[in-house]
Every structure is written in C-alpha cells, then in structure tokens.
Design a protein around this ligand. Sequence first.
Ligand code: NA7
Length: 552
Amino acid sequence: MGPGADPKPMSSANARVRSPERYEVIVIGAGLSGLYQLYRLRQLGGSVRLFEAGDGVGGTWYWNRYPGARFDSESWTYGLSFSAELLQEWSWKEHFSAQPETLRYCNYIADKFDLRRDITFNSRVVSAAWDANANAWECGFADGRRARARLLITAIGPLSAPTLPAIPGVGDFRGEAYHTATWPHQEVSFADKRVAVIGTGATGVQTITEVAKSAHHLTVFQRTPNWCAPLHNGPIDAATQARIKASYPEIFARCRESYGCFIHDADPRNALEVAPEEREAFYEKRYGEPGFGIWMGNFRDILIDKAANATITDFMARKIRSRVREPALAEKLIPTNHGFGTRRVPLESGYYEVFNQPNVRLVDLRKTPIERITPNGIVTSNAELEFDMIIYATGFDAITGAFDRIDIRGRGGLRLKEKWAAGPRTYLGLQIAGFPNMLTLVGPHNAATFCNIPRCIEQNVDWVTELLRYMGEKGFTRVEPTEAAEDAWTEHVYESAARLLLLEVDSWMTGVNRNVPGRQKRTFMAYAGGAPKYREKCEEVAANGYDGFMLA
Ligand code: NA7
C-alpha cells in the first residue's frame, strides 16, 4: 500500500442499485468509542449497525502500526472501565502498552461482548445526508452501498485523517514509502536500508527511536523540534499487576478528578512562588518519573504564564544539551519558537541518544528546506539525498479532518465543512445546529479531544446513551441544539482557552496543518475547561431536561 492510501473499498457490481439497508442507529467507526457505544446501544434495544472502514476493530490501534507505536497514558488508566470482569481478566504487560498488545485488547473486547455480529467492516462512509421528510440520515459508502438510520453517531476519532506533506514529487519516489498512520500489516524491515523519516511530532519521535536500532542509515528531516520527555516504560510484574487490579476503583476515581483524566494532576503551587533550588529538584523528580507527570503534573501556571513557562523550558533545554554529545546538534534539537508544553509533548525512550549514533543524521529544514521528492530520494536546498525508504510521520488533518472527508449535509443541504470553514461550532462538542440526530462522540470542542481518551469516551457514550433512552421514554424522535446554545458553548470554549500559551503556537491542537488548504489560521479544536468541568456541564444539561436541545 502506498503512503496515505485508503484500503480498497469492497467492490460489488450490484451495490449501486441496491436499496439502502435500514437501522435505527448507525455508528461510524470501530475504535474504542464506537465499540463501547455499540455495547451500550444494544442494552437499549432497537437495531444498530456499526460501519468500519478497516477490516478489523481498534481504530487508532488498528491503523497506526508504525514501529514504536505505544501509549503515553499509563495502560492501567487507559482501558475501558465499564466492566469489572473485563478489568480483572485483562492483564496489561507494560506500563505503557505497545500497539500490538493494545490492538489485541480491542479485539478481546469485541470478542468478549460479541460485538462483531453488528459490525460491517470494509465500509468507508463517504457521505451522510439528512433527509428531513424521512427524519433519517442516509450514509453512502465508497463502493456505492447505502444505509439509512434515524440516528447517526460518529466515532471517527480525533486523529484519523492522515496527511502527506505538500512537497512536489511526493508520489514519484520509487522506493518503499509509508505514512505512519497507514502502516502495512506485514513486517517492514529497515536492515541494510537507507531510511528517511519526515516529521518529529509524537509519532515521528517514536518511529525514529525504533528505526534507528536497525536501519543501515537513518536521516531525520526536522522542521520544528518538539520538547520531548522520557516515558520511563517498563514491564508490569505480578505483584504490581495484583495491586493494579485491586485498586481500579481508586485509579479511575483519581483520573475522574484530574484535568485531562490522566493519573497526573497539576501541582497546586505556582512555579515562581517556589525557590529556584526547590523548583529545580521538582523538575528533576518529574523528569525521572514515568508518563505525562512533567506536563500534566507540573506547576499549575507553566501553561499559562510565560515567565513560569520559561523556567521549565530552560530546564528541558539543559536536559537535551546533556544528552546529545555534539553541542551544535543539541541546539538544533532544542525548540526556539515555543515553550515547553505548548505543543503536544512527545514521550520518548532514548530519542535524544539516537542522534549520538554514527548511522543517524539530522537535516534541519529551517536551514535547508526540502525542495522536492524524486524517484530516488529527497532534494533539499543544498543536497540531493538517496534513500531506499521514506517514512512520512507528517500527522493528521486533526479533529475536524475526519468529518471533512465525509460529505456531511444537514438540514437544507447545509455542508458541515462549510459551516466549520472558520472553525468548529458545536453544542458540548456533541451536536451541531442544523444537523439533527447526528451525535459526535469525539468531535471538536469536546473534552475528549484533550483527554486520556477512553475516560472521556466513556463519559460521552454514557451521556449519549442516556439521551437516547430519555428520548425513547418521552417519545421524541429528533434532537438538535438551538443556535443560541451552540453560540454560548462556542464562546465558552474560546473563553476557557483564552489564557493558554498554546493558543499562540501552530500545532494540530490549534488546527494548523500547512499541508491542508484552509488550515493555515489558528483556531481552537479542543475544550480547555478540563474534563471535570465538562462532565459537570453535561450533567447539568441532562438534569435540566436537555437544556439547549430542541426535542421533538
Ligand atoms: P504531528 O504532531 O502533527 O507532527 C507532524 C510532524 O510532521 C511535525 O514534526 C511536522 O512539522 C512535520 N511535517 C508535516 N508536514 C511537513 C512538511 N511538509 N515538511 C516537513 N515536515 C512536515 O503528528 P503526529 O502524528 O506526530 O502526532 C499527532 C498526534 O497523534 C500526537 O500528538 C498523538 O496524540 C497521537 P511542523 O511541526 O509542522 O513544523
């Protein structure tokens, strides 16, 4: 498969003429959110069908099979929590699970709860149109099939629309070429190969560290360095496993109260109130601990106050200098255009040491940009480099990209892509005015986009299920937010993000992707009020008879 290519759609000569399949609810996507939604909908009764583009379950963990792919969340905080039996049966092998084990976990859930019988695989949804007369959505698939349902629930993931770099000649390369998010299912060997990796985000950092172990030669093309922190992964021994299994209720209770539903929560002190030696010792301790503690469990002001941020940024720069032997190379790896934590912090397992290896070179694209890709390799402003393999770790059209790739049309033919042209607008990140009966589980302006994601997924799925149960009970068949509720929520989303330093930085979190037309201007894609506040708001809306929604 070429880089960024979609899997082959199922072809059927008769598909185009067949009348649509009919259900009460259609769910799109068999990642964790779609799987859990399917499980909960079954409890409500009624006909449900889940359509999935791939030929297996797992979503992110199905697609992202690149070398080194693994959690940055502690495995034991990541699993779905709804079934005590599942929690006791499944044993995570590592504190930060690698992709193959996580994919096995997704399959285990699908099997244990017998979910596959309601899933149709190899079904990429390319269009979804609201039919007001029939009070139904009609989905169209890549192979021409159609399906209709009263309710449409999108579980299409926040980072599921991969993007290739907008570089001339990107399709011309004759060697092996892969995008990390459409990685082949077969083993890929790097031995004896000259490998190029473009991109140094969270994915690139994991990929580079792994490829460097066996590639004959590796060239890293870096446009913007990121502040990477040690993951400190390790196996889970039997005693720890027993402790984890005995303390799931406390683990999830702790996640529930933290800003992003991680096990880490901000230190209540401000960085600048703490004496410099104590602050240094605190940073050192966090740097030595596993996971996102250095980002999520840091002083409460480092992400909102420039002077506070400068203290951790300076600490991190010194760490990079201490780990990379050649001083000039270390400086290239140190970000200069953003402070620590204002972009997604990649967690690493020996990333900086990779650049001490004789078989690895770094090309700084700020100094020598890529001009084009040729059949044999990559041409920069000062060199022509030959490769056997190019790996594109160039990220995604984040959060709204997966919606844009489906031609979604609401009331009166309104196109969602057009409605969101100047940035997303939603109510609670769960519904959109003009798009009745469409619910978005991990849509923009929802806490799930900036979350230890299964924790927020469970909250959203439970909330949506409860809404549908309520509608059934009251005899309602249509739900849509008011324009006023949508305006107020959108305003609240921007207000809650206003103090964040990350708003001043280009990244997928601010909706910038220079490879996608129309994605050059910063907006805000997530919800910055924190998961507890988000949950409180959702509960309040439900308690007030779904305030802000029009039910009919
Ligand atoms: P990211 O974080 O968006 O990173 C993409 C990387 O690719 C980043 O370093 C980009 O540089 C680089 N890039 C993109 N286009 C180009 C071109 N045209 N030329 C050179 N370099 C380019 O995506 P990831 O997949 O790493 O991570 C996404 C999330 O997935 C991650 O946060 C996890 O939560 C899971 P730039 O920074 O734009 O200069």
